[in-house]
Design a protein around this ligand. Structure first.
Ligand code: NZQ
Ligand code: ZN
Length: 393
């Protein structure tokens, strides 16, 4: 195993009545004015926005609101949010929604705490020096942004989807009430669970010697998410299943499942960000569509690691050798994704990927042919293109 640092500073308030705590949690931040940032309508329809607004008013916190965040959140709304916050003297951003809302909130928070164009940070032209404080009321178990150090924004000019990871943007608090996720459509529940799994799997598939405890946490989390998502799809109001998914969302992307490894591979995320940047697909679904093609490409570099995954996570019977066991595990994961209604090929998301499309995605994913992605097996532009080709149908 490698040495590591673990920093998970977000104050988590978990449970059925946790939303009622939002007023006190924001008031404790001693801010002048809060931006309540939300999505396309689910938080309004469910009455959550009213509950949050009332709680802030009872705590004497002044606020403005900005809705309209879409999945794969857009830079244009971030810019609108920054202008609004500057006009109104906002110094705290409260995200009420999923990963897209939290990421848009983090981007606004970077924007108001630094001069110049916020996109420079996502384009890696400059490094942010500060970030205004952000808190979250989470409504979907998925991206893990509520405890992660990341935010991912799409620039409509060129449809570039780019991530930014720094310690500055970690949420001050995260309110996790599993009942808020009862209203999720089945597809979003499944896509979210797949993303939760992938945040651990990206860390799990590493070539370095791992810490047994980290492997056990990762394998246990994956088995637990598979069980809970299956239960939540059967009964959307299964509290224990929703609670398991929500807590896994946070633990899967706050670094816990990567302690002692090299930070993970992350190829599938890079491959997927190009897909959702160009085709606006749900992030978790896009991950499922590329995962097995990536896995079959890189598995020969370390069949033993994939064999461990196959046995400990997917519960398959070992084959004659590690390669056979590994392949059984990849097949089993494909079956599982399909069992929860997720695609395992790009065409299953209604995208007919042409050769030119695959070339374009590979060009963008390799940052115009200037970088390789992943660590398990670093993939250059040509290798990326080949994974897209394998995954297309
Ligand atoms: O906009 P509304 O109406 O709220 O609808 C949303 C949206 O359509 C809906 N939804 C959310 N909670 C709901 C609900 N519908 C009914 N009831 C509820 N309780 O679900 C849809 C998806 O929401 P979104 O926020 O987009 O989902 P998710 O949390 O999966 O976030 C996806 C974004 O996060 C990025 C992804 O790339 C994508 O842009 N990621 C962010 C990461 C991070 N910051 O650490 C890491 C991830 O790997 C990921 O890349
Ligand atoms: Zn993800």
């Amino acid at each position: 195993m490698l040495d590591f640092e673990y920093h998970a500073p977000t104050h988590v308030v978990f449970g059925k009545q946790s939303v009622e705590r939002v007023g006190a949690l924001v008031a404790a931040q001693n801010c002048k004015k809060v931006l309540i940032h939300y999505g396309g309508g689910s938080a309004r329809r469910s009455g959550l926005l009213d509950r949050v607004t009332q709680a802030l008013e009872q705590a004497g916190v002044s606020h403005v609101a900005l809705g309209g965040v879409v999945p794969n959140p857009r830079l244009s709304l971030v810019r609108e949010g920054i202008a609004l916050c500057r006009r109104e003297g906002v110094d705290f951003i409260l995200a009420v929604g999923g990963g897209s809302v939290i990421d848009s909130s983090k981007a606004i928070a970077y924007g108001i705490a630094n001069d110049g164009d916020v996109w420079d940070f996502y384009a890696k032209k400059r490094v942010p020096q500060a970030c205004a404080p952000v808190g979250a009321v989470l409504t979907i178990a998925a991206a893990g942004s509520e405890m992660s150090n990341s935010s991912v924004i799409t620039n409509e000019e060129g449809w570039l989807k780019r991530g930014l990871s720094t310690e500055l943007c970690r949420c001050k608090f995260a309110i996790l009430d599993p009942t808020l996720t009862y209203t999720l459509p089945a597809y979003q529940t499944a896509s979210g669970a797949a993303d939760v799994m992938m945040h651990t799997m990206e860390r799990y598939f590493t070539q370095v010697d791992t810490l047994g405890l980290t492997d056990a946490i990762a394998e246990g989390l994956l088995r637990s998410v598979m069980r809970d998502v299956t239960a939540a799809l059967k009964n959307p109001e299964d509290y224990d299943a929703r609670a398991g998914l929500m807590w896994a969302s946070s633990l899967s992307h706050n670094g816990l499942t990567g302690c002692g490894t090299d930070g993970g591979d992350w190829s599938c995320h890079q491959l997927e960000h190009e897909l959702s940047g160009k085709y606006d697909v749900a992030h978790g679904a896009g991950l499922c569509a590329v995962w097995s093609s990536w896995a079959r490409t890189v598995m020969p570099a370390n069949p033993a690691r994939f064999a461990q995954f196959a046995v400990n996570v997917m519960g398959v019977q070992p084959g004659a050798d590690d390669t056979e066991t590994a392949n059984r595990g990849i097949d089993a994961m494909e079956d599982f994704f399909q069992s929860i209604g997720m695609p395992v090929r790009i065409n299953q998301m209604g995208i007919d990927l042409t050769e030119a499309d695959a070339q374009e995605l590979a060009y963008k994913c390799s940052f115009m042919d200037t970088r390789k992605i992943g660590r398990f097996v670093p993939l250059d532009r040509t290798a990326i293109y080949e994974v897209y080709q394998k995954a297309k149908a």
